[in-house]
Write a protein that binds this ligand. Structure first.
Ligand code: CP
Ligand code: NVA
Length: 302
């Protein structure tokens, strides 16, 4: 593993190695042990979108690993004034040991990896959100003991979360069912690859996707950068694409619920279901820290 741009680049073994390492780093933290695997290493964190979890978990993760993280708001960099990514990549590679980037276009992250000479970690693009789904898989395995054969259901827009859940879920050996409106389907190539596994279904019928699910996942109807479409999207999603009591009634009795956050209550998830599953959802948020530390150690350690 040289970079983490999308989970589709990982082998099953690499995925499970990351999850195992995330579990062991979490155990260390719980015992108060902080091994400085990344002493003297510096991670640059470029953001062109907002963040609470990604920024704080990466920054804390680097501190716990004995390294340093730099928050780089793209608007404060020359990048925001038009300096090309390929030049930024070559300059930052001379100072830093790794870059985490959150931005719009996935091709910008690929360009950073192509021109830079240090590991690049995707902290969310419009296309995928791999770090989030590593934390999601870690959380599911913690609660259920395994991933293999479990049914994961995603309800909502075919966005970055849907794409990464499909990539990660199928790679991990899960069954994945997505309920997404025809207007907002997941990426076509990711869908085709998942369909070839024989463990993927895509439907507009929310209850069919949720039936017998072990895990239900949702995300906002309009993502960052899609705010101007919010009203138009609401017309399509409202009253249909929501995790609510009706979904929970057809899912397995012990089904868990995840949400990458931030959540819009009474839109993609009801307040009642959210609060009933808050422990799982905040374990998921916590696991961003542990899963990303596993990525950092894997990519940046000498
Ligand atoms: N889930 C997630 O990535 O959260 P932030 O946008 O707060 O980083
Ligand atoms: N799909 C959401 C995820 C936020 C963590 C977005 O891109 O805004």
């Amino acid at each position: 593993m040289k970079h983490l741009l999308t989970l589709a680049d990982l082998t099953k073994e690499e995925l499970y190695d990351l999850l195992d390492l995330a579990d062991s780093l979490k155990k260390e933290v719980k015992k108060g042990v902080f091994t400085p695997y990344l002493r003297n290493k510096t991670l640059g964190m470029i953001f062109t979108k907002s963040s609470t979890r990604t920024r704080v978990s990466f920054e804390t993760g680097m501190a716990q690993l004995g390294g340093t993280a730099l928050y780089l708001n793209a608007n404060d960099m020359q990048l925001g004034r038009g300096e090309p990514i390929k030049d930024t990549a070559r300059v930052l590679s001379r100072y830093l040991d790794g870059i985490m980037i959150r931005t719009y276009k996935h091709s910008d992250v690929e360009e950073l990896a192509e021109y830079g000479s240090i590991p690049i970690i995707n902290g969310l693009t419009d296309y995928v959100h791999p770090c989030q789904v590593l934390a999601d898989l870690q959380t599911i395995r913690e609660h259920k003991g395994t991933l293999t054969g479990l049914k994961m259901c995603f309800i909502g827009a075919g966005n970055n979360m849907a794409n990464s859940l499909i990539n990660g879920g199928i790679l991990a050996g899960m069954e994945v069912a997505c309920a997404c409106p025809l207007e907002y389907l997941p990426d076509e190539e990711i869908t085709k690859r998942a369909q070839a596994s024989g463990r993927f279904t895509l439907t507009q019928n929310v209850l069919e996707a949720a039936k017998d699910a072990d895990v239900l996942v949702t995300d906002v109807w309009a993502s960052m950068g899609e705010e101007q479409e919010a009203a138009q999207r609401r017309k399509i999603f409202e009253g249909i694409y929501q995790i609510n009591d009706a979904c929970m009634a057809v899912a397995k009795a012990d089904a868990m619920v995840l949400h990458c956050l931030p959540a819009h209550r009474e839109e993609e998830i009801t307040e009642k279901v959210f609060e009933a599953h808050a422990d799982e959802i905040f374990d998921e948020a916590e696991n961003r820290l542990h899963a990303q530390k596993a990525v950092l150690v894997t990519l940046l350690k000498d």
